[in-house]
Design a protein around this ligand. Structure first.
Ligand code: BGC
Length: 544
């Protein structure tokens, strides 16, 4: 094991994650310190003051481990090292030391469902042949058909096509994602022991938490039973059931044993080390089973991300998520965008309309109790880049399904007149994906200090969220009577209250009786003893 620097002691608030705002850093697209066109750990380090000033509490870093980068680092070849593309372990230590000194916590991504096919375990499994102990760490199986020429079952990769690939000796191995991402056999004690050690490796280096990739996937149903349909047989993709139905390779009860073993490890370190599940389950109730005092701390509410721009849709999702979180005693984890999904400016209608709605959604999210995750660039109001040339797209899913996640992964515009807008130092022109010309006015420099900019809206909202006693409470919300299409809820601490009103009604509404406005996503105008809240806007009002 490489020796770790002594971690800076964290403030003794073990429950920090319950109400934190966590900023997702998509490492390859955040900031490029060495001018190679790809973001890196030193780039993050240099931009830490920006993140502190933005007002977030923690960063989640997407995988920066040694990897062939077939799936942008979610194909890990060495879980205890940094890929040279992003730096080295010293860079990591320097970055986390500086982050902690600025009061920012660091969450790293853990990818336990699969390794890279370049992982030494997989190379050993291929070399050792059928029936060997080396193959036992993965999910190898004989095929069906007379010569074993058909895959062992009908499972489909999330990235499209069969979830099985045949190797030269005739066996097949399972990969729920790309063929370069073989699934591990989590019923194997060595796999369990290895990941417990990997967790300790990063905890020893001072990380404050983990985002667990495909947290619902590690255990597959015994006997690897068929699903019964796939896009080859009925035209319906199995992945359409994600979050809606049961699949034999996802959300098996036994997966919870893994987290019950991980929790004591996290709890044995000081300072409130946490884990957040990227989990897909059939119902909010099944999703809630991942969180609680003996499992993980959080699970992303993808239902919130998937809510359509309607008051009913948001209200239903918020009520369900808050009810579940009360039952399990953990706060809800809100998220609007991430590196796998179309940016919400675009999902909400794109252009000016999409941006107005995205700004309002931010005020909605930040006023809710629980933890909020911000995906890099949403504080700038970045839209999805829809017109990337196909030859530049790198998402492995693109070649198999025609769907690509590259449009939400375009590097952050920091400033300057020309693309890639300060992504690299000294006018470096390299960037692994090109930024559109329209991003010049969306850069950090272009928005800093500009009243009404999306960046300043985020800064103001996050400052109030931190300071306001009513928003500090982890308790529930009280919905207020409103006209149709308007969401209004209140949070109270003693005799202080904060009311969030979101206007999704399609017409201007007059809001009164909630006190003075403290932040709004669009200009408010006074009318009588209230304020006109325009269409697709949100505002917070306070009374003390
Ligand atoms: C990650 C994706 C990745 C996949 C396979 C997902 O949940 O967020 O970016 O492609 O897992 O690791």
């Amino acid at each position: 094991m490489t020796s770790a620097t002594t971690p800076t002691p964290r403030p003794a608030d073990d429950d920090w994650w319950r109400s934190a705002v966590v900023y997702q850093v998509y490492v390859r697209s955040f900031a490029d310190a060495n001018s190679d066109g790809v973001g890196d750990l030193q780039g993050i380090r240099q931009r830490l003051p920006y993140l502190r000033d933005l007002g977030v509490d923690a960063l989640w870093l997407t995988p920066f481990y040694t990897s062939p980068q077939v799936d942008a680092g979610y194909d890990v070849a060495d879980y205890r090292n940094v890929d040279p593309l992003f730096g080295n372990l010293t860079d990591f230590d320097e970055m986390i030391t500086d982050a902690h000194a600025l009061g920012l916590r660091i969450i790293v991504d853990m990818v336990p469902n699969h390794t890279s096919s370049a992982h030494p375990w997989f190379a050993a499994a291929l070399a050792a042949g059928p029936g060997s102990p080396e193959r036992e760490r993965y999910l190898f199986a004989d095929g069906k058909g007379e010569q074993g020429e058909l895959p062992p079952n009908d499972w489909e990769s999330i990235f499209g096509g069969p979830a099985w690939t045949r190797v030269v000796d005739g066996q097949w191995y399972l990969h729920l994602f790309d063929p370069a991402q073989p699934d591990l056999n989590w019923r194997h004690p060595e796999v369990r022991a290895e990941f417990e050690d990997i967790l300790r490796f990063w905890l020893d280096r001072g990380v404050d938490g983990f985002r667990i990739d495909v947290a619902h996937g590690m255990i597959k149903a015994e006997g690897l039973p068929d699903v019964g349909f796939n896009s080859m047989t009925t035209g319906q993709r199995q992945s359409e059931l994600l979050g809606k139905g049961r699949l034999p390779y996802f959300d098996q009860d036994e997966v919870h044993d893994i987290y019950r073993a991980w929790r004591p490890i996290l709890d044995s370190y000081p300072g409130g080390r946490m884990a957040v599940a990227e989990a897909w389950a059939e119902t909010p109730q099944r999703l809630a089973r991942y969180i609680g005092p003996d499992e993980l701390h959080q699970a992303f509410s993808f239902d919130f991300l998937d809510a359509t721009w309607s008051a009913d849709s948001f209200r239903k999702v918020i009520d369900t998520a808050l009810a579940e979180s009360t039952i399990v005693g953990a706060p809800t984890t809100w998220v609007l965008s991430n590196h796998d999904r179309q940016r919400h400016v675009t999902r909400y209608g794109d252009g000016e309309v999409g941006l107005r709605r995205a700004r309002a959604a931010a005020l909605l999210m930040f006023a809710l109790p629980g933890c909020a995750y911000v995906y890099q660039g949403e504080e700038l109001g970045l839209p999805e880049v829809l017109d990337l040339p196909d030859e530049l797209r790198q998402d492995p899913a693109f070649r198999r399904t025609g769907e690509s996640r590259d449009g939400c992964r375009v590097p952050i515009p920091w400033g300057g007149e020309l693309p890639p807008y300060g992504f690299g130092p000294g006018g470096s022109e390299l960037s692994w994906l090109p930024a559109p010309a329209t991003w010049r006015s969306l850069s950090v420099a272009a928005q800093t200090g500009i009243s009404g900019s999306t960046l300043e809206l985020y800064r103001t909202a996050l400052r109030i969220r931190h300071e306001h006693p009513a928003l500090a409470e982890v308790g529930g919300i009280t919905w207020l009577e409103t006209e149709p299409g308007v969401l209004a809820f209140r949070r109270v601490a003693g005799d202080t209250e904060l009311t969030c009103v979101v206007n999704i009604s399609g017409a201007d509404v007059t809001v009164s009786g909630h006190g003075r406005p403290v932040v709004a996503s669009a200009d408010l105008t006074e009318r009588g003893d209230g304020h006109v809240l325009p269409v697709d806007a949100a505002a917070w009002f306070e009374r003390r």
